[in-house]
Design a protein around this ligand. Structure first.
Ligand code: IMP
Length: 443
């Protein structure tokens, strides 16, 4: 049987985790999301059909795989219902395969409004959130006035009290606002009725899976540099996207995690505000944005683009204990005359080689680059490392050296089959089998 593994973002999100999770899913009995909400957007292409998943793990596209939404996730019931309905229209049924933690917190109808308001109040210092109400929902959770899914299914009187208190807190934030708690309560009761068949004890389910030797993949959303504790604070999301979130967001012990796969793009992107030390502008940025279709899967926003930053990935490797990297979108670099890898940040005083906590250290910093020759022939669709142009092989080898982590998987296109799984890599050990291209075509 396979080992339980975590698959998470090693940069600022949008690394292509959806494809990696999707191609590995047939080797697991369940896929579990541990944090975030419908701010995530995982795009998966299967036989030319495009699926964008926000809340439900992308494993749902594989019949027989259980998909879990853990307590660390914040759930907007309407967003979840929409996703379930959209999947049904595309022929994917979730009933009997979806498990939502009874402890997960609910994104309330006005959390979105609070998100937008908070951004407007920050003015120039805005975070650039996805406006999905994620931050305010987590604020209520930490403020101990949040409403959990189990509350929607339990004592109606108690729920009415909780909603009244929560709406009162909201009315104090939004001045001159007198939102009535009753319609909110009634809507939540209706949501509870629809959610009910999917709700359960995720920690218990995962403990049983372990006891029965059924392996699980833990799927991260957003990424390490967007982590509330380890990311570029305050330009982060409000959850622990890095490895610690697996334990707190699902109720599993650290010993349940047998391996950690970091997903990193062959270059770097970020949406929203905050530092991006290798950021490019002009024709080169446009070239990466268009080539990589770097537009938010959730919001459609154009992503900022830059060179691969090994300081960032090395930092992610340390925080998460990365065993290996899945390097994505290598083909987007095809045809560039040269490629760059950032190995440090030059400031007025020194060269930083570790990612700093205080972002002011980065304000006038210049990236220090290793410059390598590009490659003229295409990598798109390659399924063997040896089939890559020698310059692309060199780029990957150098990137491994400076990041300190081997690239076990290299994605060379959006389709499942456009993937290299390196010989002798840890992935084969995790899955207890030698993967080949046909394995990747499953589904
Ligand atoms: P929030 O999660 O909507 O509060 O947004 C906080 C920050 O995280 C913003 O910079 C967003 O652009 C970023 N963010 C949230 N979700 C994603 C994602 O799935 N991919 C990339 N960035 C994200």
């Amino acid at each position: 049987m396979s080992t339980n593994i975590a698959v998470l973002g090693a940069q600022w999100g949008d690394e292509g985790k959806g494809k990696i999770v999707d191609m590995l899913t047939p080797h697991f009995s369940a896929v579990a999301r541990y944090q975030g909400g419908h701010n995530a957007g995982h795009t998966v292409y299967v036989q030319g059909k495009k699926f964008v998943l926000h809340l439900i793990p992308s494993g749902i596209l594989h019949p027989g795989v259980t998909c879990i939404i853990g307590n660390g996730v914040v759930v907007d019931p309407q967003a979840l219902f929409k996703e379930v309905d959209d999947l049904a229209r595309m022929g994917v049924e979730v009933d009997g395969r979806l498990l939502v933690s009874e402890k997960a917190h609910v994104i309330l109808p006005y959390h979105r409004e609070l998100d937008v308001l908070s951004e407007a109040r920050r003015g120039e210092r805005k975070i650039g959130t996805t406006s999905r109400g994620i931050g305010p929902a987590y604020e209520d959770k930490i403020g101990r006035r949040g409403i959990r899914i189990c509350d929607l299914l339990g004592d109606r009187q108690a729920l009415a009290e909780e909603v009244r208190e929560n709406v009162h807190a909201r009315n104090q934030i939004i001045k001159e606002s007198t939102l009535d708690w009753k319609p909110v309560f009634e809507q939540l009761v209706a949501h509870g009725d629809r959610l009910q068949p999917w709700v359960g004890d995720v920690s218990l389910y995962l403990a049983k899976a372990r006891a029965e030797d059924r392996s699980v993949m833990f799927e991260g959303a957003q990424a390490t540099l967007l982590d509330i504790d380890h990311g570029t604070y305050p330009f982060v999301t409000s959850s622990n996207a890095s490895i610690g979130g697996v334990c707190t967001g699902l109720g599993v012990p650290p010993s349940a995690i047998g391996g950690v796969l970091g997903v990193a793009k062959a270059y770097t992107t970020r949406v929203g505000e905050g530092p991006l030390p290798t950021e490019l502008s002009g024709a080169l940025a446009d070239r990466l944005r268009e080539g990589g279709q770097e537009y938010g899967a959730s919001t459609g926003r154009p992503r900022r683009c830059g060179w691969y930053d090994a300081v960032v990935v090395r930092y992610s490797a340390r925080i998460n204990g990365l065993d290996a990297i899945a390097l994505t979108k290598l083909d987007v670099l095809d045809g560039l005359p040269e490629v760059h890898i950032c190995t440090g940040y030059r400031t007025a005083k020194t060269v930083l080689t570790e990612f700093p906590a205080d972002l002011r250290a980065l304000s006038n910093a210049e990236p220090v680059y290793d410059t390598l020759p590009g490659w003229k022939s295409v990598t798109k669709g390659a399924t063997r490392f040896e089939a890559l142009p020698p310059e692309a092989q060199r780029y990957i080898t150098r990137l491994e050296e400076v990041s300190g982590v081997p690239c076990a998987i290299i994605s060379t296109g959006s389709d499942r089959a456009e993937t290299i799984v390196r010989d002798g890599s840890v992935v084969h050990r995790w899955l207890s089998k030698e993967l080949n291209v046909d394995d990747l075509r499953v589904g």
